[in-house]
Design a binder for this molecule. Structure first.
Ligand SMILES: [Zn+2]
Length: 189
């Protein structure tokens, strides 16, 4: 066990609670925090009222490539990057704050969240592992999630080119556009 002050210990507990409230799985907690597994399980039960679910984490990067998931993942990852690089948040803060902002965007645009916290966390891991990259859309200039070696030029994002079958495209595209504008405003400031 790591030796640390009571304050540091309390901060870890609060971080764990924040992650659990947002829906983090045990694997996410174990990877991000230094609390003992027993304490995290106890915390999980206290916060959620049930034992943490068992089973594997989602691991396919292809999940983020389907049309709607790609729009949501791009929205979240752009927010995460802004918090980390511009607002100088730590990885963990950018993850929790970015995920809260993502949920707020969904609520605001009356869109069901597609990305759960574990998917958001896995997404960041795929970027860190150089499996995914952000590619600039040649129409809206927004950056969207793509495979590392996908084409970089003259590509169009999902929000600009929704499939014809998608019924709720307008809302999702509007949410995406709003997020892009918010990011541009933030960048210009
Ligand atoms: Zn676009």
């Amino acid at each position: 066990m790591l030796k640390r002050s009571l304050t540091e210990d309390a901060q870890e507990v609060f971080r764990a609670i924040a992650l659990i409230e947002l829906g983090a799985r045990m694997q996410v907690l174990e990877s991000e925090l230094t609390l003992s597994r027993d304490r995290m399980i106890r915390l999980y039960r206290e916060v959620k009222g049930v034992s943490p679910p068992k089973g594997m984490l989602p691991f396919s990067a292809d999940w983020y490539m389907t049309w709607l998931a790609n729009i949501h993942a791009s929205l979240f990852y752009n927010t995460y990057l802004f918090l980390k690089n511009e607002a100088r948040c730590s990885h963990l803060d950018a993850l929790t704050k970015g995920y809260r902002l993502y949920l707020e965007h969904c609520r605001h645009s009356e869109t069901e969240p597609v990305l759960d916290l574990t998917r958001a966390w896995t997404l960041v891991r795929f970027f860190d592992a150089n499996i995914l990259q952000l590619t600039k859309c040649c129409r809206c200039t927004g950056k969207f999630v793509a495979h590392k070696h996908d084409l970089q030029h003259n590509v169009v994002c999902g929000a600009c080119q929704p499939p014809s079958r998608a019924g709720k495209t307008k809302k999702a595209a509007a949410a995406r556009q709003e997020a892009i504008e918010a990011a541009q405003v933030a960048e210009a400031a």
